[in-house]
Design a protein. Structure first.
Length: 134
């Protein structure tokens, strides 16, 4: 299947959040998004546009995610940047609907039938990061 995209999904088990107890709410989301994005291959991040499900008026969320990614890129000494962070409605953006399906399949990865039929067809295009609990 030749699909012109790639995806990176982070699955975090609740016990793992204990290590991040200093972060809550929006800050926790910003951190997890930044870790997921910055950990991707350079060619997937450099000058890319990150779109998340939301309203364009969510300027605080947009700015928070952009700043968290920029800080992490700088902290790791990486010499590139993300082009833009924006929000759009998943109802209107097919790519976000696809992202929701991929994330749902990643959560159910243990179900080999679902994994084989959906994620299996996207081999090499989807990376699933597991953050286990203690």
């Amino acid at each position: 299947l030749d699909v012109p995209f790639s995806a990176r999904v982070m699955v975090v088990e609740k016990p793992a959040l204990a290590d991040l107890r200093s972060l809550q709410g929006q800050r926790l989301i910003e951190h997890l998004v930044a870790v997921t994005v910055v950990g991707a291959r350079r060619e997937l991040v450099e000058d890319a546009v990150l779109i998340f499900d939301g309203n364009k008026q969510e300027t605080r969320s947009i700015r928070g995610i952009r700043v968290a990614i920029s800080h992490l890129l700088k902290d790791r000494g990486l010499g590139y940047r993300l082009k833009k962070v924006t929000a759009r409605s998943a109802k209107k953006e097919n790519g976000l609907q696809m992202a929701d399906m991929i994330a749902g399949a990643a959560l159910d990865e243990a179900d080999s039938d679902l994994y084989g039929r959906f994620l299996g067809r996207l081999a090499g295009k989807v990376e699933i990061m597991h953050v286990p609990g203690k």
